[in-house]
Write a protein that binds this ligand. Structure first.
Ligand code: MF3
Ligand code: CO
Ligand code: CO
Length: 259
């Protein structure tokens, strides 16, 4: 098993710059997310913005993924492929997941958007999933167990009677797209590896209203949907373990996600 990389100051600066670009890409695209546009239109704006900023979109051609970002609507858990056939409509909730490669360094972040009047159940899922991410982030400090991220997220999700997707995890990130360790979003207390300053990884909980199970689309080999077609939500940040706690490398401040 590969060891968890402790990044140098130079590497940390590089990953921070890339994660900031990924975050700024989400902020940029937020102005264009609305009823009537296709997910391919959003993908193309995202790719253009990333390239205009001297970077490349990591998903494109990654293990054969065909587009520059993942856009996952409603019952899609993750890895949705942008398409001109897929038009955003009132009542939808969607995740946009952006990963950038800037000067060789990877930054990875995603956010939800809600379109117009959604059900209370949908709004609650989105708000609670963002809260779950931040509960996980608050567990990040030197000496703590990676398992306590998942323990805290899992306990909160359970208290809301949601399920936590277990087939996709957070991951080390920075020099590669997916590094050690896998960061589970539901885990036993005090399990797994110990966090050390200089580690960088994502936390990206996927939380479902119904069952946790994911089904991968047989045709495209990517799109992961809930087995019961109920709603799923996800938020993701790239996090650095600092000497005293954490830094959210992909945090670019507030912008509007309710459209
Ligand atoms: N960005 C996703 C993650 O958070 C991974 C997408 S893989 C792709 O790990 F190939 F679908 F792009
Ligand atoms: Co990720
Ligand atoms: Co991602």
């Amino acid at each position: 098993m590969d060891k968890i990389i402790i990044k140098t100051e130079e590497q940390i600066s590089g990953v921070r710059a890339s994660a900031q670009l990924a975050g700024n890409t989400l902020k940029y695209i937020s102005e264009y997310v609305k009823e009537g546009v296709s997910t391919l239109y959003l993908n193309d704006k995202i790719e253009e913005y990333i390239r205009d900023n001297g970077a490349t979109p990591a998903p494109l051609n990654y293990n054969g993924f065909p587009k520059a970002c993942c856009i996952s609507l409603n019952n899609v858990i993750c890895h949705g492929i942008p398409s001109d056939k897929e038009i955003i409509k009132e009542g939808d909730i969607l995740n946009i997941d952006v990963t950038t490669i800037l000067n060789g360094y990877y930054g990875d972040t995603s956010t939800m958007f809600t379109i117009g009047e959604c059900t209370d159940q949908a709004f609650d899922l989105v708000e609670n999933t963002e809260h779950a991410l931040y509960l996980g982030i608050e567990q990040v400090r030197p000496g703590n167990y990676f398992g306590n991220i998942g323990f805290t997220i899992g306990r909160f999700a359970k208290s809301k009677r949601y399920s936590v997707v277990y087939e996709f995890c957070g991951h080390g990130v920075g020099l590669k797209f997916h590094e050690e360790p896998q960061v589970e979003h539901s885990a036993p207390r005090n399990s797994g590896e110990i966090m050390r300053p200089g580690m960088i990884f994502t936390i990206e909980p996927m939380i479902n209203i119904g069952k946790a199970k994911a089904i991968i689309d047989k045709e495209d080999g990517w799109t992961a949907r809930t087995v019961d077609n109920m709603l799923s939500a996800q938020f993701e940040h790239t996090i650095l373990v600092t000497d005293s706690g954490y830094e959210i490398l992909s945090d670019v401040g507030e912008y509007e996600i309710f459209k």
